[in-house]
Design a protein around this ligand. Sequence first.
Ligand code: HEM
Length: 455
Amino acid sequence: MHNHNGWYPSDKGNPRRATHSQTVGVRGPVLIQDTALHETLEDFVFSTTLPRRIHTKGYGAFGCFYTTHSMKQYTKAKFLQTPNQQVPVAVRFSFAASNQGTPDTSRNVRGFSTKFYTDEGIFDLLCNHLPVFFVRDAIRVPNIISHLSPSPVNNLPDPERLWSLFAKYPEATNMLIWFFSDLATVKSLRHIKGYSVSTYVWRNAQGVRHYVKYHWLPLAGVKYIDQQEAQRLACEDPNISGRDLYDSIAKGKAVEYELRVQLMNPEDAKTLPFDPLDDTKVWDETRYPLLPVGRMVLNRNPVNYAEQVEKLAFNPANLLPGLEFSDDKVLQGRTFIYSDAQRHRLGPDYRDIPVNKQPNWSPASMVSSGNGRYVAGEIMRAEIPNPDNFTQATQRYESFSAKEKKNLANNIASGLVNARPNTQSAVLWHLEQVSPVLAETVRNQMLLYADPGKR
Ligand code: HEM
């Protein structure tokens, strides 16, 4: 109920809120001096933070990480020294190519970022749900993102834009096979894996370095859906995976993942047929087994999405002693761009926002990677010596069941049919290098899509 001055006691944090503008007489005009009106409108206009440049749509959850196995032999990071150490975590799941309206079941790369609030400081582990990336050099990434974005002319998805990515970059062929498999259409975030994609370095107390790739494994098992179901669910419930995550935790059902790592002696790079710092590659899990590290339990939902999730600022440069960067050319490009993005998005004081706060943080707290290494060479811009763009794509394709192969071909054909003929030919040539059978199946499927009467 408002009093005669037009004020009324209101919501918490805002003890009095005007319900009438200040006017001359009852019908106005409204006075420009009405600061209450201006403040109310300004609060509204400035109440949202800028969206993330990529990974725009997302959901958050909180909980704990428990170390289950000592990693002392490989890293001096304190929270990984002894089993049963416990660290609070914040997680944000996201959709790499998204806006706030992107359906959760869209063909997408899902982001899976974890902030570990350890006694030594904050460690951020940014993962994607597919293990490889489109390209192996950060300088190509803005172009990749523009290929994955809607048309700048009409803001509509544009098949030619998307498919010319795979036509132009043969190194994206391994990603093509992962991205157009059913693994990229997902209903529930409780059932995805997470991969660091980029290769990092672990360093132990004796200074010994290992290359490391991180893996999250969902304890509830991996599950995905096919393109048809994804399209149906996109209409039925575009926020299905956010709802599923929130509802599970709200019902008291914790969401759990195991953290594992693959470790490699950097000397192996000299003899491997591919470059272990190349983000378009995976490491063979027989030769580099997944070592168990710990377990994450997500059991708390956000109570304020804007403050606790939207303002989370993940940064691969938030490392700890014993956890470092490698020379991975994508990772090196990522070293400074996240804090730039966050200064722009959240303001220069983004590290003071409670979810990002590290007590006593200063630039000197940042971990320096590679101290003591001797690095010398000619300065250049060059391709790596062993790009090997197709071998792993072939291995991946050959590992699929008959049904998975069929769905892959169908998923590719249903999109590629809408690209221009020269783009189609270039992509088909890349598929030919993966498997002549795959290329042939896609070609045949495209004929059916081009002439729906025959389907
Ligand atoms: C040079 C390559 C890359 C660039 C320039 C880049 C840039 C960015 C930017 C600007 C953001 C938004 C940050 C923010 O506003 O807070 C972001 C978010 C993200 N990036 Fe990257 N990225 C790159 C590669 C990768 C790779 C290889 C991964 C694989 C794990 C990755 C995973 C993520 C994730 C998971 C997020 C979402 C973080 C969140 O939930 O807030 N990015 N990236």
